[in-house]
Design a binder for this molecule. Structure first.
Ligand SMILES: [Mg+2]
Length: 371
């Protein structure tokens, strides 16, 4: 079997890829660098010249060849390689009539626990959303403790409001529900420490991305001064970045993204590095029903999977795949179909024209960029 053709598709806010073989098997994948899809689209086209004519089942070999050829790597190229890598695993699974998780060692779980986001622009709406999510079967919730316009407010007010938001949600759902916080890289180190210490009574499961991701040293500083588990890594794109994070014991949870951090090939290894240090895997999931299916294969096969976003917004795009994954309240059902378990239906893609992400910026009351 050889690879005949690789075609990327820009679909709404997603970048999908299909890898066609000479035996009629077609692999499906998705890239996860959502802010710059068109750049990754062109990277996939450029990298295709390496893959065409090659055996699609030599997945590790291809990852090594492409990523080490020039050593000009980064998020764009890794997102492109990741999308193709997932499609190659899909081809391998289909070629032997097994789900990808079987090729990775078999299922560690039958269903995948997912969290849902609490939404609302008032305290009352947040409480209502949290309760609604619990009624819908979610036992794990995530909130971002900021209201719109927070960038223009004094830091003291931002922190006070954040504490009120978390108190409101915790009181609404009680202590039997997990509650994690998404800080969205919004804070400077000292503000992150002050806020985390205020939040200690509310039993927070994780404190996600308090800082911009460029400095692990800065995150180390925060981690040494707070007592809430820290989660990060959704912008990381290679195994070495994750190893550094794990070795420093900075975080309790890491957030590899199968569609950015080297596909299933590298994320399986990243998960093993984390396992050896009792660090949990909390995958970063954006994207379409294709990504949901690909992530589910990895989640099912690793012992240290913890949680993933439900990504229910992607359900509006279920018709772009044949047999989207089933949900079971706060869980995803692991499908037993071959490969990643879904197939892109190319005839439906035209219904969802490409919607490029816009660069907009975040500005404070003085007009300066805040974060
Ligand atoms: Mg995040």
């Amino acid at each position: 079997m050889i690879i005949k053709q690789i075609t990327p598709f820009l679909v709404d806010r997603f970048l999908l890829v299909r890898v066609y073989t000479d035996q009629g098997i077609v692999g499906n994948g998705e890239a996860g660098l959502w802010a710059h899809q068109k750049t990754v689209y062109h990277a996939i086209q450029e990298l295709s010249q390496y893959y065409i004519g090659k055996d699609p089942t030599r997945i590790e070999h291809h990852y090594q060849a492409v990523s080490r050829n020039t050593h000009f790597m980064g998020a764009v190229l890794n997102a492109a390689i990741s999308a193709i890598d997932v499609a190659l695993w899909d081809i391998l699974g289909q070629s032997v009539d097994l789900p990808v998780y079987q090729l990775l060692g078999g299922k560690c779980r039958d269903r995948i626990r997912v969290f849902n986001n609490v939404s609302g622009n008032t305290l009352a709406d947040l409480a209502k959303s949290a309760v609604q999510n619990v009624e819908n079967g979610f036992t794990s919730l995530r909130a971002s403790p900021f209201f719109p316009g927070w960038e223009s407010q004094p830091s003291t007010q931002v922190i006070s409001t954040a504490v009120e938001i978390v108190r409101t949600i915790r009181q609404a759902v009680g202590d039997e529900i997990d509650l994690g916080l998404e800080i969205h890289r919004n804070l400077a180190p000292d503000a992150a420490i002050v806020l985390a210490n205020e939040l200690l009574p509310f039993k927070i499961l994780y404190y996600e991305d308090p800082l911009a991701p460029q400095s692990v040293d800065a995150l180390d500083y925060v981690a040494r001064h707070v007592h809430i588990p820290i989660a990060t890594g959704e912008r990381f794109y290679n195994i070495q970045q994750f190893k550094d994070l794990i070795d420093r014991k900075t975080v309790s949870l890491i957030r590899p993204d199968v569609s950015l951090a080297g596909g299933i090939t590298q994320c399986k290894k990243i998960a093993a590095l984390a396992e050896a240090s009792f660090v949990g895997i909390f995958p970063h999931l954006m994207g379409s029903p294709v990504n949901i299916a690909a992530f589910a294969q990895l989640d099912a096969s690793i012992p240290n999977y913890v949680l993933m976003e439900s990504n229910t917004g992607a359900d509006a795009f279920n018709e772009i795949v044949i047999q989207p994954l089933e949900r079971d309240a706060g869980y995803l059902v692991v499908p037993d179909r071959p490969g990643i378990g879904v197939e892109i239906d190319e005839s439906k893609l035209e219904k969802f024209p490409y919607k490029p992400s816009q660069i907009s910026g975040n500005f404070g009351a003085d007009g300066a960029v805040t974060h």
